[in-house]
Design a protein around this ligand. Structure first.
Ligand code: TPP
Ligand code: MG
Length: 372
């Protein structure tokens, strides 16, 4: 037969808790214990409040640009819940819910967007990397981290988050190819929110799914409803199991939507249809969990009111911690750069407070004086 098929497959889509409240018992039963689901919902309320306050801080000139996470909380939160503390979370900038669940102090994210480098000083035991703003770079870091752990015979894996737009970057393809060919236990978690700032996904990806990009690298891949925390937890658990037992990477495309602007520097009304936004507002992951909890008598209006007050209190304390931190010393920019500081930097450090940077020979270390 001169022409034959050499490869055929389908892309599976996983959803467990539908927007109308329908729940697939066969897939979802025992996936998340009730008390954990209540905790996850409470956590989402705090994250939503974080967005409200961060937005106000930016608008009142107390913080720089901020990207709202609103609408996408179920993705990183479901993943962080499904993973272990020793697994790496390697994120970009819309994963607050997962980072806070892991234990990152919330003021760190405020400090980051306030331009304070201390927001990126993270306790190494949390296994979190600083937010990656250059699109796509973090995927390579995630592969490197998992590779290093594999090399050391440690059981931890890495999970990296990125947007649909990031899958058009070269870094994405290099990371995917490297992980697949070298059997690196990394989970590639794409938050497909339909937009890369004002560019719709369909312009960046001609294929009907982003998930199928992984097929080209011989990687297991799935699409999940990213506003369904049950589906996210199951998909990440399955991928983690494969990473741990077979040392293989996986790809997850989670379809979701950012309900806010790209960042506070954007006005999405200029390029997005309001009907599209209203459609997705009805699919809000928080509405869905709340409906599920209420149906099962695990939540009610009075709990909602009390939790909202608690979230507001937590946030005002968080802002206080971020704003009251003592300003950093100028020398910090030298001191945290190298384990052993090069001589030219020592010179700059010692002359920083003068108007003659490097020009006052008496301030230079001895060996440099000859060249002054
Ligand atoms: C290397 C690089 N190029 C361009 C930008 C500017 N930029 C910031 S966010 C963004 C779009 C990212 O879209 P996507 O990956 O879908 O993530 P989303 O913001 O939708 O979560 C771009 C182009 C950047 N930060 N880094
Ligand atoms: Mg996007």
């Amino acid at each position: 037969m001169p022409v034959s098929s050499v490869f055929e497959t389908t892309i599976e889509r996983l959803s467990i808790l539908e927007p109308d409240g329908t729940f697939d018992e066969s897939l979802g039963k025992d996936l998340i214990p009730d008390e954990d689901l209540v905790k996850l919902y409470r956590h989402m309320m705090i994250c939503r409040q974080f967005d409200v306050i961060a937005f106000k801080l930016q608008r009142s000139g107390r913080m720089g640009t901020y990207p709202e996470n609103r609408g996408q909380e179920a993705t990183s939160l479901g993943a962080a819940y499904a993973l272990q503390q020793s697994d790496w979370l390697v994120t970009c900038y819309r994963e607050n819910a997962g980072l806070f669940w892991r234990g990152l102090p919330m003021e760190k994210i405020l400090l980051h967007w306030m331009g304070d480098e201390r927001g990126n000083h993270i306790d190494p035991d949390l296994h979190i990397t600083p937010l990656a703003i250059p699109i796509g770079t973090q995927m390579l870091h995630a592969v490197g981290l998992a590779w290093a752990d594999k090399y050391r015979n440690e059981k931890s894996i890495s999970c990296t988050f990125f947007g649909d737009g990031a899958t058009s970057e070269g870094d994405f393809h290099e990371a995917m190819n490297f992980a697949a060919n070298l059997d690196i236990p990394t989970i590639f978690f794409c938050q497909n929110n339909g937009w890369a700032i004002s560019v719709p996904t369909k312009i960046q990806c001609s294929a009907p799914t982003v998930a199928q990009r992984a097929l080209a690298y011989g990687m297991r891949t799935i699409q999940v409803d990213g506003n369904d925390i049950f589906a996210v937890v199951k998909a990440v658990r399955d991928a983690a199991e494969i990473a741990r037992t077979e040392s293989r990477p996986s790809f997850i495309e989670a379809t979701t939507y950012r309900l806010g602007d790209h960042t506070t520097a954007d006005d999405a009304r200029r390029y997005r249809d309001s009907d599209e936004v209203s459609k997705w507002e009805k699919q809000d992951p928080m509405i869905r969990i709340r409906m599920y909890l209420e149906k099962r008598d695990l939540w009610d209006e009075s709990k909602q009111t009390a939790m909202q007050a608690e979230a507001e209190k937590i946030m005002s304390e968080t802002v206080k911690r971020a704003e009251e931190i003592v300003a950093p010393e100028c020398n910090d920019m030298f001191d945290s750069m190298y384990a052993s500081m090069p001589e030219n930097l020592k010179a700059q450090r010692s002359t920083l407070r003068t108007s003659s940077l490097g020009q006052n020979p008496s301030q230079l270390p001895t060996q440099d004086k000859a060249h002054a």
